[in-house]
Write a protein that binds this ligand. Structure first.
Ligand SMILES: [Zn+2]
Length: 293
């Protein structure tokens, strides 16, 4: 989403402060905790904490006050030490809170604001594909996935056998971002080659709660895919309870996300093409004009 421009960011913040489209959930893995915090209308921000050291990173903190409130609510919050802001891309609803986030953290001159695009608010650590950063025991690998924006970066955070991927507006649960600054070939490379080559159990933490509308389109593309029906039931139950549908996994996405299934026969038959790049382009075009109701 980038329809609303920077000047109205502060107005938007004042409207949405204290409002949450989803409850905050905390995913506790063996090596890292991932806290999922809702922002604005349907954005997600993430706090990643290395369980051993307490070192932490924040992904796309567009409403930084909510992240600070969350930290203060966590037991042993004095152990949590924010080292890094990870910006997936320059759109204001993702990186528009970076400067404010720095202002709210004591000693913030030590904090790196990481991203792949000079248009990112307060960026001080420009990264390229394959760059690796450490966060306590965790390794953060930067995956350049241009298409939604030319500087979009997904972050693969791993330790031992655990992998969490923060996919911004490249990969959503059941869908993908619009091709604002890139091509179908680039989205194919991002979804099939880069993200698609990660292990099935890799967790997906994406930038927006778009799951149900994405799955309605997926169902339109593959009406006979039972995995889509199952995921719709799960997502409806989550949304009924105002719970995030996040995270999913790479293995899950391969079963129901049409944009990760451009090589499957049923998706190809729907768009009447068999070249995966052309299938990607046709799906995106159809989704852009698809009305969920
Ligand atoms: Zn965006």
């Amino acid at each position: 989403m980038n329809l609303i421009k920077q000047p109205v960011l502060w107005a938007a913040r004042s409207i949405f402060r204290n409002r949450f489209h989803s409850e905050t959930i905390s995913e506790q893995h063996a090596t890292m905790d991932v806290h999922v915090v809702s922002a604005l209308v349907d954005n997600y921000m993430y706090l990643i904490v290395d369980r051993q050291s307490g070192d932490a990173a924040v992904v796309d903190p567009v409403e930084p006050e909510k992240v600070i409130d969350l930290i203060q609510s966590i037991d042993n919050s004095n152990r949590i030490n924010i080292r890094t802001i990870l910006a997936t891309h320059h759109h204001w609803d993702h990186s528009g809170g970076n400067h404010k986030m720095l202002q709210l953290i004591p000693g913030s001159s030590e904090i790196s604001v990481v991203g792949g695009d000079d248009r990112i608010d307060a960026i001080n650590h420009r990264v390229k594909n394959g760059d690796k950063l450490s966060l306590g025991r965790l390794c953060i690998e930067c995956l350049h996935t241009p298409c939604h924006t030319s500087g979009h970066v997904c972050y693969k955070v791993s330790c031992d056998n655990e992998i969490s991927i923060f996919t911004g507006d490249t990969l959503f649960v059941g869908g993908c971002g619009k091709f604002f600054e890139g091509t179908a070939q680039q989205m194919y490379d991002a979804l099939i080659k880069t993200l698609g080559s990660l292990p099935d159990h890799s967790k997906i933490y994406c930038g927006h709660e778009y799951t149900l509308s994405n799955l309605k389109f997926a169902k339109h593309v593959e009406p006979n895919n039972g995995d889509i029906d199952e995921k719709i039931r799960f997502a409806e139950e989550c949304r009924h309870q105002k719970r995030p549908t996040i995270p999913s996994t790479i293995g899950d996405e391969r079963r129901y996300n049409p944009f990760m299934r451009v090589e499957s026969t049923s998706v190809q038959q729907h768009v009447k093409k068999d070249d995966p790049i052309e299938v990607m382009a046709a799906l995106r075009e159809e989704k852009n004009n698809f009305k969920t109701k």
